[in-house]
Ligand binder design. Structure first.
Ligand code: BMA
Length: 313
């Protein structure tokens, strides 16, 4: 029986699960969280918080069940530090978290909002309290980045999205030391014309490693007379050569439908930066910013996504 693409993720009935009203200090909005499961099973979201100046910082929220009873840090967890990192002048945004077993550390890759536009910055941490900052590792305009959890042929791999005219596509770059990046390769191109993912795409959560390849949930931006629509699609990449696309779905699998996704600071946006995989190895919890205003949760299955790609990729 064929799988309907828009049935691959189910919204939680308590959505939105986090919003500005839940915050322990005054903020404007909270959205686009990175996510990880801590060793004790706690879900940690590193949330993008927009303050009342319009600048963003990152704050950790922890929950035993990943749905409610969030314990939110009483102060910003990772603030921009323009005194030491002038590239973070206008804030830090949209973190993607990857646990790196070789280092026993979490890599947090985030957007530094520089005077010249968005750049990609990196920090390492083992507790989401202290951060070892690497500063900007990809110059502006570049964003939507995440590190793969292990080296490939001795090199770390970073997926990112430089902006060039006329299109914004996904690239992958390699490094010995997480600092100097090279061997840049085009990974996935935005399509053209009337497609839902024409002209501008970017990585959403960090890739999910499966037996069949890296499963990538990416966003596509459709521009029309009313503005932009941010939706999600699926692609599968080779485990050993991650710039090699094995399958790509033509249809979007998730788009703004619920009222909290349709209306907010930026209408018609679903924007995940993180997901967690349940102990069953299959259930994916996707945490996403809705309309750049609040955080929502949707649940899917790795095997169903792979089956859909197999049929439709
Ligand atoms: C993207 C990023 C996201 C944001 C989205 C919709 O370019 O800036 O942080 O959620 O636009 O406004």
């Amino acid at each position: 029986m064929s799988i309907l693409p828009t049935s691959l993720f189910h919204r939680h009935d308590r959505n939105p699960i986090l919003s500005a009203a839940d915050w322990p200090y005054p903020i404007h909005s909270v959205f686009n969280p990175g996510a990880t499961l801590l060793p004790d099973g706690t879900t940690l979201l590193l949330c993008r918080v927009e303050d009342l100046r319009g600048h963003s910082h990152l704050t950790a929220a922890r929950s035993a069940n990943g749905i409610d009873n969030w314990q939110i840090d009483s102060h910003p967890t990772l603030l921009a530090d323009p005194a030491h990192y002038p590239e973070e002048l206008w804030g830090v945004e949209d973190p993607r978290i990857t646990y790196i077993p070789e280092l026993n550390l979490y890599a947090v890759v985030y957007t530094a909002y520089t005077r010249d536009g968005p750049g990609v910055a990196l920090a390492l941490t083992d507790d989401f309290k202290q951060f070892d900052r690497y500063g900007v590792i990809m110059q502006p305009d570049d964003k939507d980045a995440a590190i793969l959890p292990h080296r490939i042929d001795g090199n770390w791999a970073l997926i990112h999205r430089p902006v060039s005219s006329p299109g914004a596509h996904m690239w992958i770059s390699y490094s010995h030391d997480l600092q100097q990046w090279g061997s840049h390769k085009l990974m996935l191109e935005a399509r053209l014309g009337g497609w839902w993912d024409a002209n501008k795409i970017g990585l959403s959560p960090p890739p999910i490693q499966t037996g069949k390849g890296w499963l990538v949930i990416y966003h596509g931006v459709r521009q029309n007379a009313a503005g932009c629509i941010y939706r999600l699609g699926l692609a599968l990449f080779d485990l050993q050569t991650p710039e090699l696309c094995l399958q790509r779905g033509d249809e979007w699998i998730f788009g703004p439908e619920a009222p909290y996704e349709q209306h907010g600071d930026v209408d018609k946006v679903v924007f995940p930066c993180g997901c967690t995989i349940a102990p069953d190895g299959d259930t994916v919890r996707l945490y996403y910013g809705a309309a750049d205003t609040c955080i929502a949760l949707a649940t899917g299955s790795i095997s169903r996504m792979l089956a859909w790609l197999e049929e439709n990729g």
